[in-house]
Design a protein. Structure first.
Length: 433
């Protein structure tokens, strides 16, 4: 029986790390809000500010993380990140004041960023070309699988309290995260291998980029309209994603008058749909124009938010989960894939890192916009409606993000679209397999 291509082991490790980080921290945060707000009496804006601070950290850390990835490799960065995130969760369990709340979650967020999607997707991008979107789609399912863990966290919050839950989560993160980090490997050329499992073409240890891949410097990337359009499009998407991550459980609990554990099932439903969407998005992204798919996904985000804004029965929450979760899932793996197609692998980590400076604007603003309207009106309706309109603006950004012409060589990756291709057009079918 043939051995499994090493790149797929990188994907498996990435799925596990993503699921663990999101399950005990990112997606679980919305469940922490309810018991902590009940204990301390702090406003929704205070808790939205924590999430926004995490996104500021993401933007600030991004450029440095890109350099660390190029210098030390993804595995080392992920290991350090897991330890820092676990320390942050321990500090969360000791929270007594708002400054401590912000500081502890900030530390946990720094660790989660270093161990999270940027580091994992950088490793995956190096191991795949023709199957890049599919591999990234599979890695993204880890975030969706975390929805199952969120229900467990919600049960623990109700049963043992949020302090004990945060402490136990830190131990779980170390126990699962560090072994999974061992599966993250250096780029294939260092082992004398090729992306997608192709035959070796260079001695082990010698870096090599295929001649068909676009080669940019970071400065050249920053001078392309495509870089900024994709970044602002993703920022518009994260207005929605970040807001839902913080406010979904409180919004559903308030609007439908549901207990915490039942309201938390909305997260599981949404992430389950997202998981299917990530698999579909990975397959579609290797065959069709990625920017057209991303533009359509933004329409899905807008429609889902409008349904959630006016939800009065649980079936409407389920419809929101279908629309938003599907859009999130399909679009997610295409964010790194489209950048790798457009700008190549050589500066991929730095490109994503600098992009985060723009993307964080949406992640920071979204939860604060919704919280501000909710505190003023007593309802989440207006905030979600405003974000639905901004999602449609993001649709425009993606639609206009035409592929740039590589400065070093006119040759392109075989699965990428022609430089002047109109939206939705693909001149040649992608390679089979």
């Amino acid at each position: 029986m043939p051995r499994l291509f090493r790149g797929w082991w990188v994907v498996i490790g990435g799925i596990g790390i993503q699921a663990t980080l999101a399950g005990v921290l990112y997606q679980a945060y919305t469940a922490y809000v309810v018991p902590m707000m009940a204990e301390f009496g702090w406003s929704r804006t205070v808790f939205a500010g924590v999430a926004s601070l995490q996104q500021v950290e993401l933007g600030i850390t991004g450029p440095l993380q890109g350099w660390l990835l190029d210098r030390f490799g993804a595995r080392a960065v992920i290991r350090v990140g897991i330890v820092i995130a676990a320390l942050g969760l321990v500090l969360v369990s000791l929270t007594q004041s708002i400054p401590w709340l912000y500081g502890s979650f900030f530390i946990a967020s720094v660790g989660a960023t270093l161990a999270g999607y940027l580091s994992i997707s950088t490793a995956v991008v190096h191991w795949f070309e023709r199957k890049r979107a599919r591999a990234l789609g599979l890695v993204s399912t880890g975030i969706s699988l975390a929805g199952i863990l969120v229900v467990v966290v919600a049960w623990s919050l109700s049963t043992f309290g949020w302090r004990a839950t945060a402490l136990a989560s830190s131990m779980l993160l170390l126990a699962l995260g560090l072994p999974l980090a061992q599966l993250i490997a250096d780029p294939p050329e260092r082992y004398g291998l090729r992306p997608d499992g192709g035959p070796p073409s260079a001695p082990a240890g010698q870096a090599h980029l295929p001649a068909a891949e676009p080669v940019f410097t970071l400065g050249q990337v920053l001078r392309t309209p495509a870089f900024w359009l994709i970044a602002f499009g993703q920022a518009a998407a994260l207005l929605v994603v970040a807001s839902v991550s913080v406010h979904l459980v409180p919004a559903v609990s308030q609007a439908l008058e549901l207990p915490l554990q039942l309201a938390a099932t909305a997260v599981t439903l949404m992430t389950s749909v997202s998981l299917v969407g990530q698999l579909i998005g990975g397959v579609l992204g290797d065959r069709f124009d990625k920017r057209a798919i991303c533009a359509l996904a933004m329409v899905g985000h807008a429609a889902g938010l409008l349904v959630l804004a006016f939800a009065v029965e649980f079936w409407m929450v389920a419809l929101f989960a279908l629309l938003h979760g599907g859009a999130w899932g399909v679009r997610g793996p295409l964010m790194p894939a489209i950048r790798a197609d457009y700008f190549g692998r050589a500066v991929f980590g730095k490109v994503i890192g600098v992009s985060n400076l723009v993307v964080m604007l949406g992640s920071v603003a979204g939860p604060l916009i919704v919280a501000s309207f909710a505190d003023q009106t007593g309802s989440y309706r207006l905030g979600f409606s405003v974000l639905a309109v901004l999602s449609l603006v993001g649709c425009l950004f993606f639609a206009l993000a035409s592929p740039p012409r590589p400065p070093s060589s006119p040759a392109r990756h075989p699965s990428a679209q022609p430089a002047l291709a109109p939206l939705g057009y693909h001149s040649t079918p992608p390679p089979s397999g």
